[in-house]
Design a protein around this ligand. Structure first.
Ligand code: NAD
Ligand code: WQD
Length: 338
């Protein structure tokens, strides 16, 4: 059976991907240092799949630990590298924390596994505010607004340059738009630290009474209703794209490096999201208009033609399912806190 190493596999996107890899017949080994996730996710994954996944608690910043792990685990058919810090605001306040973790982890892995089928978690943040929409993979990468965004841009360059000169290293970078929602069992989902900075977790926490009214950051953008537009994608659809990427690499179809957008191809405004949540869940939200948030782009959404045609992947779950599953998850963790 093909075995995939999933770094950051107890995290939000990683845990959903572990489930989809298992469903597709892959064996999985998870590495995580639990800096932003909970060990009990392994129990949740077992409830969903009936499988106790192999787990190694390890900090990928520790080169000798990564080398030792690699010596014991040479039989991999692919690596999916989720592990990173991801909070944009925190990265502005603590740039070195982000540069250290996001670069050391990547470099240590590539050093320990010089020849690998490697899937990397990148982000639509590399495009900044695109000049034309929808944004394709060929659109220019803009100067990053934050150290976090910079780590994704530079990591893509590290991977591309290394793959070019390293036989056996083949890489797919996946640029996610805005991942939201949770598994349909409500057993895994996003576990934000402190006050959520992202829209959907703030909405669900506000709806459940953990937070006050939602602030809509800006209603004077050049968009149909004035609020900012994003391409929200269900985390389970996103997870399935990783299975497609691993397959493509294993089939030998990637010559060094390739990059794909992962989104729905459709933009939704903040006010549309608030409305979709109310419609899908029957919950009434309190919100108020607030000033624009510094560093935010006005509108972005992805052209996903390349992913459809080449990865053979497309989204299946709509906004309704994104909102409904996020809400079921929020209610479940209220009753069964981690
Ligand atoms: P997450 O924080 O839920 O998961 C990341 C996991 O990596 C966590 O479990 C954390 O404990 C682990 N980790 C971090 N540093 C580590 C280290 N040094 N060693 C071992 N484990 C470590 O985040 P997520 O939302 O699942 O994101 C996964 C990846 O996708 C990240 O690379 C993120 O930058 C990228 N991404 C996320 C989004 C998003 O909106 N969630 C969007 C675009 C890209
Ligand atoms: C979405 C929209 C906000 C909270 C971030 C990262 C990006 C990527 C995904 C990792 C925006 C508005 C939000 C709130 C609001 N992550 N909003 N009130 O900013 O598109 O992207 O996560 O790679 O790099 O920057 O996502 O969910 O924070 O915001 O009005 O309380 O919701 O202004 O327009 P964003 P988000």
């Amino acid at each position: 059976m093909s075995k995939i190493l999933v770094t950051g596999g107890t995290g939000y996107i990683g845990s959903h991907t572990v489930v989809e890899l298992h469903n597709a017949g892959y064996e999985v080994i998870i590495v995580d240092n639990l800096s932003n996730s909970n060990i009990k996710i392994l129990d949740q994954l077992e409830k969903i799949t009936g499988k106790r996944f192999e787990f190694v608690e390890l900090d990928l910043q520790d080169a000798s630990a990564v080398d030792a792990f690699a010596k014991q685990n040479q039989d991999l058919s692919g690596i999916i590298h989720f592990a990173a810090y991801k909070a944009v605001g925190e990265s502005v306040a603590q740039p070195l924390k982000y540069y250290k973790n996001n670069f050391y982890s990547l470099i240590n892995l590539l050093t320990a596994y010089p020849a690998a089928n490697f899937v990397f978690s990148s982000s639509c943040t590399v495009y900044g505010q695109p000049d034309t929409l929808p944004v394709t993979e060929d659109s220019p990468v803009k100067k990053a607004e934050s150290p976090y965004g910079n780590t994704k841009q530079i990591a893509e360059e590290i991977l591309q340059e290394t793959a070019k000169v390293t036989p056996g290293l083949n890489v797919i970078a996946l640029r996610y738009f805005n991942p939201v929602g949770a598994h349909k069992t409500a057993l895994i989902g996003e576990l934000p630290n402190g006050v959520p900075q992202n829209l959907i977790p703030f909405i669900t926490q506000s709806a459940i009474g953990k937070r006050g009214p939602i602030q809509v950051f800006g209603d004077d953008y050049d968009t149909p209703d004035g609020s900012a537009v994003r391409d929200y994608i269900h985390v389970v659809d996103l997870a399935k794209a990783h299975v497609a990427a691993v397959r493509r690499l294993a089939d030998g179809k990637v010559d060094g490096y390739d990059v794909f957008n992962l989104g729905t191809g459709k933009g939704s405004s903040v006010l549309e999201i608030i409305n979709a949540f109310e419609q899908s869940t029957g919950e009434k939200l309190n919100y108020k208009i607030a000033p624009r948030r510094e560093g935010d782009v006005e509108k972005t959404y992805g052209d996903v033609t390349k992913s459809k045609n080449i990865l053979g992947w497309q989204t299946e779950l709509d906004l309704n399912e994104m909102m409904r599953s996020a809400w079921e998850w929020e209610k479940n963790i209220k009753d069964n806190p981690f």
